[in-house]
Design a protein around this ligand. Structure first.
Ligand code: NAD
Ligand code: USQ
Length: 387
């Protein structure tokens, strides 16, 4: 298949592009490099050094002989998006290209507006490009489990059968997310579902959980192919941060009581799920939703897993929660669609954690300790903030 990976320079987009290429697909990557600009803005950076997209692509070509076509530009530029889709003419577009950090979206008004504009306008431009160029192009869109929030009923895969006053209907599952970033994904989902209804688009919305890990079969082939690993309080995600804190000998930073439960998956399952979604496209006019996560853990359970697997001593610290989020809530999600297509999950275990400790140990001198403490407060409504 011809597959275009939008956001192909990111933490997940780059390993996905290489994986799809290694499976014999013709792959193009598109990225604006804006993620590297957030690093400059925040004074942060990946724990593991990463190469420029140009060097990555060149290395991939040298090592495997496979081509990766590159498009450098911004999805919020409609002409650029249209031209890229028209020129490459993919069978599937995998859309990772959004601002993805909840804390970044909660810094102040400017960052909230930026996040929603970047994400929603980029997705709309993609929908119009596909709508005009070829409606059969399958859009595989990265959503998030956080769109659902923590409802007191089971989380279904995108849709809910409702009975009300003796009548029934199938409705989009009600959403109650916890940040302006997560809300941008909800707005995208609604726009995409509408596109399926009016234009007959084929869309798979992948509601992905929190991803952990840094290595895939392809990233380990050469140091130039490594993907990023974020540790700062804005872009670093919880398990990656706990593993890094353990290696640095710092207490694990559990926000609040730690009974908050989230859905998780291994980065090696992310790339496989994308392949499964691409190779089994949605029908014309179908808005299909898969819950792309394999296990659930409370933050306390995660902290214990890290403490038990790390060879040295580990302390756990409960910080005042900078976020507004439910604790002691019900959490149970359905995740059968991808498994029925053939996903065999890598469950979180000591082997993965131990390999992460090795990677972190090698690069721990690169950590800027000032970036570890949470700096963004959900309860503050800041119209302007100087970073
Ligand atoms: P990332 O920030 O590392 O990668 C996103 C890439 O998209 C970056 O390279 C960035 O430069 C690019 N990008 C952003 N806006 C763009 C635009 N307007 N035009 C062109 N390129 C643009 O993020 P990631 O962790 O790889 O996440 C990828 C996707 O998966 C995101 O949509 C995110 O919401 C979703 N997701 C991530 C996780 C996770 O744990 N990392 C979990 C669930 C869902
Ligand atoms: N948390 C801590 N300590 C930390 C960091 C986070 O206790 O040091 C807590 C948070 O309060 C939250 C949970 O861990 O309860 C998850 O936080 P996170 O930063 O790991 O993940 P989140 O903000 O939800 O966002 C990440 C990705 C995002 C993706 C989402 C999937 O950055 O792109 O959409 O995971 S999900 O959580 O399923 O919505």
């Amino acid at each position: 298949m011809r597959i275009m990976v939008l956001g192909g320079d990111g933490y997940l987009g780059w390993p996905t592009a290489m994986y799809l290429s290694s499976r014999g697909h013709d792959v193009a990557v598109l990225d604006s490099a804006v993620r590297r600009q957030y690093d400059e803005e925040l004074g942060s950076g990946s724990l593991v050094p990463i190469e420029s997209l140009r060097t990555r692509v060149k290395a991939w070509r040298e090592i495997t002989g496979a081509e990766l076509v590159c498009y450098h530009g911004d999805l919020t530029d409609a002409d650029f998006t249209h031209d890229a889709v028209k020129t490459f003419r993919p069978h599937a577009v995998v859309h990772f290209a959004e601002q993805r950090a909840a804390p970044y979206s909660m810094i102040d008004r400017k960052h909230a507006v930026y996040t929603q504009t970047n994400n929603i306008v980029g997705t709309l431009n993609l929908m119009y490009a596909v709508g005009e160029v070829d409606r059969d192009i399958h859009i595989v869109k990265l959503g998030t489990m956080g769109e659902y929030g923590q409802p007191n009923i089971d989380i279904e895969e995108g849709w809910l059968e409702v009975e009300h006053k003796g009548r029934t209907d199938r409705v989009l599952y009600p959403k109650k997310p916890g940040s302006f970033y997560h809300l941008s994904k909800v707005h995208d989902s609604h726009n995409l579902e509408f596109g399926c209804r009016i234009w007959g688009l084929r869309v798979t919305d992948l509601n992905q959980g929190v991803v952990y890990g840094q290595q895939t079969e392809q990233t380990v082939l050469d140091p130039r192919l490594e993907t990023r690993l974020d540790y700062d309080a804005v872009f670093g995600t919880v398990l990656n941060r706990f593993a890094i804190q353990a290696v640095l000998g710092l207490p694990l930073s559990v926000y609040g009581g730690g009974s908050q439960t989230r859905a998780f998956l291994d980065i090696r399952d992310t790339v496989r799920c994308i392949e499964l979604a691409c190779e089994n496209p949605a029908e014309a006019g179908e808005f299909r939703v898969f819950n792309q996560a394999t296990e659930q853990f409370s933050l306390e359970e995660l902290a214990k897993l890290v403490a038990n697997s790390f060879p040295g001593g580990v302390e756990v610290e409960h910080l005042d929660n900078p976020r507004v989020e439910a604790e002691n809530h019900y959490y149970s999600f359905v995740h059968t669609a991808l498994e029925s297509l053939g996903l065999e999950p890598h469950l979180l275990g000591d082997t993965l954690l131990t390999s992460m400790y090795g990677i972190i140990e090698k690069h721990k001198h690169r950590v800027d300790l000032d970036l570890l403490a949470p700096s963004v407060q959900w309860r503050e409504a800041r119209d302007r903030v100087a970073l």
